[in-house]
Design a protein around this ligand. Structure first.
Ligand code: MG
Length: 260
């Protein structure tokens, strides 16, 4: 699964590099696809029935599954970019959230950057917990506690993380909150996408008329970050991070281990 993770990481890095005022979601989408194809893969989002793009790009109150369009990014936008690659029949899936700079609205930018930071913290708390967990649902409990400690944020419950393998979306579900039910044992060979979706208001959402875009009902801002993480005999490795997650996980006391 490492080539698929690497292609996913490279595609999202290119999207992040291009994301700026005046650029369009469609431009990022095309660039991400070029990167994936150039690395011998194909977009696994395009394999989802009815979806025609390589990325999902969700702005402001859109949480996930936003369809890339031609409206340029504006100063102050909070933008979540989600994408994945399939290489040699294996999949990767990852997402990041950034705030477009806006010197004219420092309060808006600060609030949105705080939301993005909480969501990043939630993700890495989940990854670090996976490294130590006996049962998968410990991940969601840790994410919930981490988000609650940061303030008055909502954790979406309509959508959750998932296993990754031959298909982009596989069992088991990976919750971003505490659930009281039997949970898979964390053991070598488990590969999951951990993907907290955090909002600055109510967790109630609806799907826009385009049949894809998930939006907060109260118009509150939303953020979404994701990585595909492998559990192996010697530890964990974040397949969709160029360094396996080493830099981000240092603060959580976890050192990812390359897959032998
Ligand atoms: Mg996913």
């Amino acid at each position: 699964m490492q080539p698929a993770g690497a292609a996913t990481a490279a595609a999202l890095a290119e999207a992040r590099r291009l994301l700026a005022v005046g650029a369009t979601p469609l431009e990022l989408d095309a660039a991400a696809e070029r990167v994936i194809v150039g690395l011998g893969g194909r977009s696994n989002f395009k394999l989802v029935p009815g979806y025609r793009h390589t990325l999902c790009i969700s702005v402001d109150d859109d949480v996930v599954h936003g369809i890339p369009g031609g409206r340029p990014f504006r100063p102050g936008d909070i933008v979540s970019v989600d994408g994945g690659a399939e290489v040699d029949g294996w999949n990767g899936d990852a997402a990041f959230t950034v705030v477009v700079p806006d010197p004219a609205r420092p309060e808006v930018v600060a609030a949105r950057e705080a939301l993005a930071a909480v969501t990043e913290h939630a993700l890495w708390t989940g990854v670090a917990t996976l490294a130590r967990a006996r049962h998968l649902n410990e991940v969601g409990a840790a994410i919930e506690d981490a988000v609650r400690a940061e303030g008055d944020y909502g954790i979406l419950t309509d959508y959750v993380g998932h296993g990754v393998g031959r298909q982009m979306h596989e069992e088991p579900p990976v919750f971003n909150y505490r659930v009281d039910r039997r949970s898979p044992v964390v053991k070598p060979g488990l590969v999951v996408a951990i993907e907290p979706m955090i909002v600055a208001g109510s967790i109630d959402t609806f799907v826009r008329d385009d049949d894809w875009t998930v939006t907060t009902s109260d118009g509150a801002d939303a953020a979404h970050v994701e990585h595909t993480v492998a559990v192996h005999h010697d530890g964990i490795w974040v397949l969709t991070a160029e360094d396996g997650g080493a830099a981000a996980l240092a603060r959580y006391g976890i050192t990812p281990v390359p897959i032998p």
